[in-house]
Design a protein around this ligand. Structure first.
Ligand code: F3S
Length: 106
């Protein structure tokens, strides 16, 4: 599976969802996750994310391994999103900000 990692938090650009052939993205208040049960590892979403938040599970950045469990936990709880929506107005300001995990809304 592929995994949405920390830099998506409060950026949530949603370009990724447009290319997903299996609609495996699920939308939370300020973050998206990939359903590991649905992802087919097509890799198309990786290049779409303007803040490089999506990685294959075996190449997640050091220190962000916990996002595998976060994606798996939240995907069943959140609705599928398959169309791009406007990003938060301050999304650009959150690109690359460290330690955003405490800001993840559930
Ligand atoms: Fe998040 Fe990037 Fe998609 S910011 S919503 S993983 S395009």
């Amino acid at each position: 599976t592929h995994v949405v990692t920390e830099n998506c938090i409060k950026c949530k650009f949603t370009d990724c969802v447009e290319v997903c052939p299996v609609d495996c993205f699920h939308e939370g208040p300020n973050f998206l996750v990939i359903d590991p049960e649905s992802c087919i590892d097509c890799t198309l979403c990786v290049a779409e994310c303007p803040v490089n938040a999506i990685f294959p599970e075996d190449d997640v950045p050091a220190g962000q391994e916990n996002f595998l469990a976060i994606n798996a936990e939240l995907a069943p709880l959140w609705p599928v999103i398959d169309r791009k929506i406007p990003a938060p107005p301050d999304a650009d300001e959150w690109d690359g900000v460290p330690n955003k995990l405490p800001l993840l809304e559930r």
